[in-house]
Design a protein around this ligand. Structure first.
Ligand code: C5P
Length: 231
């Protein structure tokens, strides 16, 4: 089987409070998205990648990869799940049911090839995701008199942060996401859709510098991580 990266990049990034979607914020004079594409397109097992962009995206033509023929474009949807499904649809006739789809947030520019090696090296049905064990003590909060107070401490031994890439068979992932949409279930990652179908995807410990740039302060961190050489 082959591997096909699918990169959802159609979010508006409202938590960033910037004048443009976060994938186009500058890091050392380049778009954030160009770093993510560097990491993906320089990985030897990937020949092509699907990039899911919003229909009204005026920034993409200025990307260093805008004319790259390895990139298959797809249009974004309302939720992430819709965007990923559109990305999968763009692989119709290219990928087979048994090929692996490697979904990676465009907002994670610090992905290292060593993490891809670890993830793809351990890959088995029904699929696997990169994740990092929780370090902090975890609390469940509840609302009381307009404030959030601690209800209880959640046992952290079994808790992981779900990262990306998340890798599943093309056919199985398409089915799982379609089923979630049909049931109006909101899922924030691909593994959740697979879990809804009764699958138990593998958790592969990944590097904690594979951060999702979500808030302003994350940009400086991403810049720092990117300044140390990729391996
Ligand atoms: O909003 P969040 O940070 O969870 O988004 C994760 C990824 O999904 C981002 O790369 C974002 O661009 C993408 N996304 C998308 N289509 C949407 C919503 C989010 O491609 N409708």
């Amino acid at each position: 089987p082959r591997y096909f990266p699918v990169l959802p990049a159609a979010g508006v990034g409202s938590r960033m409070q910037a004048d443009r979607p976060k994938q186009y914020l500058p890091i050392q004079g380049r778009f954030l998205l160009d770093y993510t594409l560097d990491a993906i397109l320089s990985y030897p097992a990937f020949e092509q990648a699907v990039l899911v962009l919003s229909a009204d995206d005026p920034y993409w033509p200025d990307s260093e990869y805008a004319a790259d023929e390895r990139i298959i474009r797809a249009a974004g949807g309302r939720e992430r799940c819709d965007s990923v499904l559109n990305g999968l649809a763009a692989l119709q006739g290219i990928a087979t049911e048994q090929d692996w789809v490697v979904v990676h947030d465009i907002a994670r520019p610090c992905l290292r090839h060593s993490d891809l090696d670890a993830l793809l090296g351990q890959l088995a049905d029904p699929g696997a995701i990169l994740a990092s064990p929780t370090r902090d003590t975890m609390k469940r909060g509840v609302l009381r008199d307009g404030c959030v107070v601690i209800d209880h401490t959640v046992e952290r031994e079994q808790l992981w942060h779900a990262l990306t890439p998340q890798v599943f068979r093309y056919g199985a992932l398409q089915q799982a996401l379609t089923a979630c949409l049909a049931q109006d279930l909101s899922v924030t990652d691909e593994a959740s859709a697979m879990e809804q179908q009764g699958y138990q995807p593998l958790l592969v410990a990944g590097r904690s510098d594979n951060i999702k740039v979500t808030r302003r302060e994350d940009l400086a961190l991403a810049e720092l991580f990117l300044s140390t050489s990729l391996s």
